[in-house]
Design a binder for this molecule. Structure first.
Ligand code: KIV
Ligand code: NA
Length: 265
């Protein structure tokens, strides 16, 4: 395989080839996702929900993100691996942001970092980029700010917020980000933003007028079954398939059907 780089993603946008991105937080899943040909693997702070069972993304630590990212890195041979800077690791000042990004790059071997926000974190983004670390932006619904928003509903439906989002996207491009994630905003706005910048815009709940799509892998495989937003397409119902298989195993153990004669020494 030819490895995907931040440059290949920009070329994909130029050639009109859509970019596929999924999350992964561990070795086994990352091996499958990479092997299946996904272009970008996101070690998202959604690990806080999916892996650790927290209600929000806020509790996950930088050390925990590094643990997840290093597991993913050991599995991949083609995908570009982007790692979320977790809440509290970059908001207080640009030096802290750079220190956190450096820890991710050195200790996990990740290829790039992602930060939530626009002009509020401009200096931090510039500082990280100056150190040679590629940065992916993230605008729209930014789950680290959930207590400010109050809900996980669609963002930027009003003109004022849409205007700020468009300005932030231009700022991220100008600062030197290699891509931007747009989460849960109107498709029309997302398309407009994707047209206004030359870097790839990757959407989640942002319609098909953007340059690529991202989903949480456990959601698209149907392992999580209590979460069903409109934007989520479920490709499997693994929750049911796994439950059926595991119940079968329990029955087999109870009935001494497992192990059979050929499954022992
Ligand atoms: O953490 C995450 O999974 C994300 C994606 C939803 C973009 O940030
Ligand atoms: Na995230």
């Amino acid at each position: 395989y030819k490895r995907i780089t931040v440059k290949s993603l920009i070329e994909m946008k130029q050639n009109g080839e859509k970019i596929s991105m999924l999350t992964a937080y561990d070795y086994t899943m990352a091996k499958i996702v990479d092997g299946a040909g996904v272009d970008v693997i996101l070690v998202g702070d959604s690990a806080s929900n999916v892996m650790a069972g927290h209600e929000t993304t806020l509790p996950i630590t930088l050390d925990q993100m590094i643990y997840h990212a290093s597991s993913v890195i050991r599995a991949i041979s083609r995908a570009l691996v982007v790692v979320d800077l977790p809440f509290g690791s970059y908001q207080s000042d640009p030096k802290e942001a750079l220190r956190s990004a450096i820890r991710i790059m050195k200790e996990s071997g990740g290829h790039a970092v992602k930060l939530e926000g626009g002009k509020e974190i401009k200096e931090s983004i510039k500082r990280i980029l100056n150190a040679g670390i590629p940065v992916m932006g993230h605008l729209g619904l930014t789950p680290q700010s959930i207590y400010k928003f109050g809900t996980y509903t669609v963002r930027a439906k009003e003109e004022e917020e849409a205007k700020k989002l468009k300005e932030d996207a231009l700022m991220l491009e100008k600062a030197g980000c290699f891509a931007i994630v747009l989460e849960k905003i109107p498709a029309k706005l997302a398309k407009e933003v994707a047209k206004s910048v030359s870097i790839p815009v990757i959407g989640i709940g942002a319609g098909n007028g953007v340059d690529g799509q991202v989903l949480v892998v456990h959601d698209m495989l149907g392992m999580t079954h209590e979460f069903h937003p409109r934007f989520l397409r479920r490709y499997m119902n693994l929750y049911e398939e796994m439950t059926t298989s595991i119940s079968q195993y329990v029955d087999d153990v109870k009935s001494v059907n497992f192990p059979n004669d050929s499954e022992q020494y």
